[in-house]
Design a protein around this ligand. Structure first.
Ligand code: HEC
Ligand code: HEC
Length: 341
């Protein structure tokens, strides 16, 4: 008996490490961004644990609408704290009014993510911080933004305190990244339940939902419940993602110009229509759902999975009809809501 149990532990450890290696490769960003500056970034230094001065500077930049042509756009316009740093819209318009295609992801726990954006095109928050300027979302260039920073004595002082230097593009992206690495989700009732000492903290339907989530519906194949990161680091809590890209059948039907997702980065036909698995922490606050914001309610998402998604080319083999009954669907929704803090 004992030998069998020991063997099981060895086997599951082996599977775990193989899975993690593969995940790192698939996410496409090598090591955890906090440990390795990524080539192609315009920044040289990455702070995993930002100083309070750097985080305070980044916070001020994040909420400052002066870094836009209209004076109405800040990062926070599309990442609102009250909605777990998303917005309640399917997609947001750029500063110049151009409609966006994709739904704003939550920025909670973003410091743990090895690849950023729905298609994983950025490998660090420093690199990402230039994106909204280069894509026109802010309506001005980052150089223009730095000019505005330099003309404000308060900012000049904050850059001096945080980085010991005059405002620069490098410092600007480091500060925005530093602030975002302080955005953590708090403990949910599911975390407390999984910690093992409080079985009553989830209601009977929520516990039923956890069971459906992990077993019958196989949601944990992608939204993993163990708190491990791709390079073997541990996050304090389960992030409910595998950091991989999957095509689950969103955004094809009736779309004459479908979003190719990860394919646009990898040019690998297997990645057509695949998107990075989102975390489900605080999912009750991040509606609407999916990369295109096409579902408004968690009930709709569960209905979609239960039906086995849509028959689209390149659908993940892990997506199949589940035929959940009414009680199972309701339980799954109750469980998803309990993932919020
Ligand atoms: C006009 C709306 C808009 C503005 C303004 C905006 N974002 Fe975003 N943000 C988005 C959308 C949409 C995505 C997902 C885009 C994609 O996947 O292609 C995103 C993605 C991100 C991500 C990746 C999150 C993840 O989990 O992958 C980060 C980080 C981020 N934004 C930070 C910022 C910062 C910092 C600023 C300000 C400099 C900013 N955003 C301004 C809409 C916006
Ligand atoms: C094959 C991997 C996979 C499986 C299995 C899976 N998901 Fe997902 N899930 C994803 C991916 C990838 C997305 C984003 C897809 C997109 O936008 O195109 C997603 C999106 C979601 C979202 C939307 C989150 C947001 O912030 O937009 C919810 C909710 C969700 N899944 C719940 C579930 C539930 C419940 C199950 C089990 C019934 C499940 N998932 C099974 C990979 C998976």
């Amino acid at each position: 008996m004992r030998a069998v149990a020991a063997l099981r532990i060895i086997c599951s450890t082996a599977i775990l490490s193989v899975g993690l290696q593969a995940t790192t490769a698939v996410a496409g960003c090598g090591q955890h961004p906090g440990y390795q500056p990524v080539s192609g970034t315009r920044t040289s230094v990455i702070e995993l644990k930002p100083s309070p001065e750097l985080a305070a500077l980044g916070q001020r930049l994040f909420f400052d609408t002066r870094f836009s042509a209209t004076g109405a756009t800040a990062c926070a316009r599309c990442h609102e704290p009250g909605y777990a740093y998303t917005t309640p819209l399917r997609a947001n318009r750029s500063d110049n009014g151009r409609p966006g295609r994709r739904n704003s992801p939550s920025l909670l726990d973003v410091g743990f993510r090895p690849a950023l954006m729905w298609d994983g095109r950025f490998c660090s928050l420093e690199q990402q911080a230039l994106g909204p300027f280069e894509s026109g979302e802010m309506g001005i260039s980052v150089e223009h933004a730095i000019e505005r920073v330099r003309s404000d004595p308060k900012y000049v002082d904050m850059f001096q305190r945080a980085l010991g230097s005059f405002p620069s593009v490098d410092g600007f992206t480091r500060a925005l990244a530093g602030y975002q690495r302080t955005l953590f989700s708090r403990e949910s009732r599911v975390d407390r339940f999984l910690a093992g000492n409080e079985p009553q903290v989830l209601s009977p339907p929520e516990r039923h939902g956890l069971d459906v989530f992990t077993k019958r519906a196989g949601c944990t194949n992608c939204h993993q419940l163990y708190p491990v990161l791709p390079d073997g680091l541990r996050s304090p809590r389960a992030l409910l993602t595998d950091f991989r890209f999957h095509n689950i059948g969103i955004g094809y039907q009736g779309d004459r110009n479908p979003d190719p997702g990860r394919y646009a980065q990898s040019r690998d036909a297997a990645d057509w229509g695949a998107f990075l698995t989102p975390s489900l922490r605080n999912v009750a606050r991040t509606a609407p759902y999916m990369h295109d914001g096409s579902f408004t309610r968690l009930e709709d998402v569960v209905e979609f999975y239960s039906a086995g998604a849509r028959r689209v080319p390149n659908l993940s083999p892990q997506i199949r009809p589940l035929h959940l009954d009414g009680a199972e669907k309701a339980a799954l929704v109750a469980f998803l809501r309990a993932l919020s803090n």
